[in-house]
Design a protein around this ligand. Structure first.
Ligand SMILES: [Ca+2]
Ligand SMILES: [Ca+2]
Ligand SMILES: [Ca+2]
Length: 191
């Protein structure tokens, strides 16, 4: 039996995405996307002038194999996602299938992609640079909530009124109440 993280002399490194995560990959989401009992991984990658031309601006997940030390199979969730950064698996609409909530932390907007065809649903189309994202049931009422913080230092302050309008839109489409807690006065940068 392998020692746990606290007892191991060192942690072994295993590559899950081998040369198929181009662009400027950002943050990881973690969870069982396809319901096979094995936790999968997901990430968002921005493109732009600092990326290899033609790469980035996508969300994807990597399917865990039976042997977790082996390279994982990539599945594209969405392309043409300018400024893609954050992605977390969660059953947004409560149908038992795992969806994704994402943010375009170097672009604009928060959306969710509905399983199994990753149909896009807008939560907030224009929110500028939501560079962090937390997805959890904050209030314990059984539906998934999300929180982010945007960059207000570059002059884009999102009002509570705007947020509420987009929450209603998401609720109509998904039957799920989103409760977005946005700090627009205190800019949060995570790099
Ligand atoms: Ca899985
Ligand atoms: Ca679902
Ligand atoms: Ca909730």
């Amino acid at each position: 039996m392998l020692p746990g993280p606290r007892g191991a002399a060192q942690w072994e490194r295993f590559i899950f995405a081998r040369k198929d995560a181009p662009g400027l990959t950002h943050y990881l989401g973690f969870g069982d996307v396809n319901g096979d009992g094995r936790p999968d991984a997901a990430t968002g990658a921005k493109g732009g002038p600092h990326a290899t031309p033609g790469t980035g601006d996508y969300f994807a997940w990597w399917e865990a194999p039976a042997d977790p030390t082996q390279v994982r199979e990539k599945h594209l969730v969405a392309k043409d996602q300018s400024g893609a950064t954050n992605i977390h698996p969660a059953d947004v609409n409560g149908d038992g299938k795992v969806d994704f909530i994402v943010s375009r932390g170097h672009g604009r907007g928060i959306v969710w992609f509905e399983s199994p065809n990753w149909q896009e649903h807008i939560i907030h189309a224009t929110m500028k640079e939501p560079h962090c994202l937390v997805v959890i049931d904050f209030d314990g009422d059984g539906d998934i909530d999300a929180a982010t913080a945007t960059n207000s230092r570059r002059g884009s302050r999102t009002t509570d009124k705007e947020i509420s309008r987009h929450i209603s839109s998401a609720e109509t489409r998904s039957r799920t109440i989103f409760e977005l807690l946005i700090s627009t006065w205190m800019a949060t940068w995570i790099f």
